[in-house]
Design a protein around this ligand. Structure first.
Ligand SMILES: [Zn+2]
Length: 263
């Protein structure tokens, strides 16, 4: 599932493949960019902000543009060598192809694909809270933003990218299990918001640089999480069956014994 760490990894893959390169071709397969041609443009850098990807480009006349994309649940970018088979996903999911002399970057099922002046990036990402994997990560500001909505459930608050940017459903479930906090707990009743935020950052940071997301330290299939995706399986700590229920717009997984509802 693309969360902050996956997006950070993706930005790095794109950066290694294309940074500094002049594009020899582009092929946009979305209506809003169908006539856009980036041939001759230079890729300055690839960056991530929360779950948003920002590919910064310089045009032949020196104009700065940012190609924005969002992976949501199912998007992906892959880099291939020229001539290599594009094996990641079916071709009908391709939204854009960028070619340079040394690499081909293919974007699959991307969302919110847009080419905007780089100076206007803030219009797309300015609402985001502190980026857990950003150089400017600000845990105190994340805590302040969370605490500003004391009645909201912590399960929903951690997913709200305006509070802090990068936590998706997997890390939300895992952080709350590790903290022993029910996802339904109002933010005001969470015992240690700063500790919760710090743990989320550590879990994401630990998964930078690899595609298998693990919160347990185990990378083997079936062992990578405590509660996420483990409905009806025994809790790794107490043996109770893990539960799955809807919370807000998303499902949540939790252990009813290790994460009791506070009354
Ligand atoms: Zn348990």
């Amino acid at each position: 599932m693309p969360e902050g760490d996956t997006v950070w990894n993706t930005a790095r893959v794109l950066h290694r493949a294309l940074a500094g390169a002049r594009l020899t071709g582009s092929d946009f397969r979305v209506p809003q960019l169908a006539t856009t041609d980036l041939t001759g443009w230079t890729v300055r850098e690839s960056a991530s902000r929360g779950k948003h990807l920002l590919l910064r480009l310089a045009g032949p006349a020196g104009e700065d543009r940012t190609l924005h994309s969002h992976l949501r649940m199912d998007g992906a970018w892959r880099a291939y060598a020229p001539g290599e088979r594009w094996s990641a996903r079916p071709a009908h999911l391709i939204r854009v192809v960028l070619r340079s002399a040394g690499a081909v970057a293919v974007g699959y099922h991307l969302h919110e694909l847009a080419l905007i002046p780089t100076a206007e990036e803030e219009s797309l990402v300015g609402h985001l809270g502190p980026d857990l994997l950003g150089a400017d990560w600000d845990p105190a500001e994340a805590v302040r933003r969370l605490a500003a909505h004391p009645e909201q459930s912590i399960g929903e608050a951690l997913l709200d990218q305006r509070n802090l940017a990068g936590v998706g459903n997997l890390y939300k479930c895992e952080v709350l299990f590790l903290r022993g906090v029910s996802p339904w707990t109002p933010v005001r009743d969470v015992p240690d918001l700063a500790g919760t935020v710090a743990l989320a950052q550590r879990l994401l940071a630990a998964n930078r640089g690899r595609w298998t997301q693990s919160t347990t330290g185990v990378l083997r299939r079936g062992g990578t999480s405590y509660v996420y995706g483990r409905r009806a399986q025994p809790c790794r700590r107490c043996g109770t069956a893990i539960r799955k229920e809807e919370l807000g717009e998303r499902v949540t997984y939790w252990c009813p014994v290790c994460q009791p509802e506070r009354t």
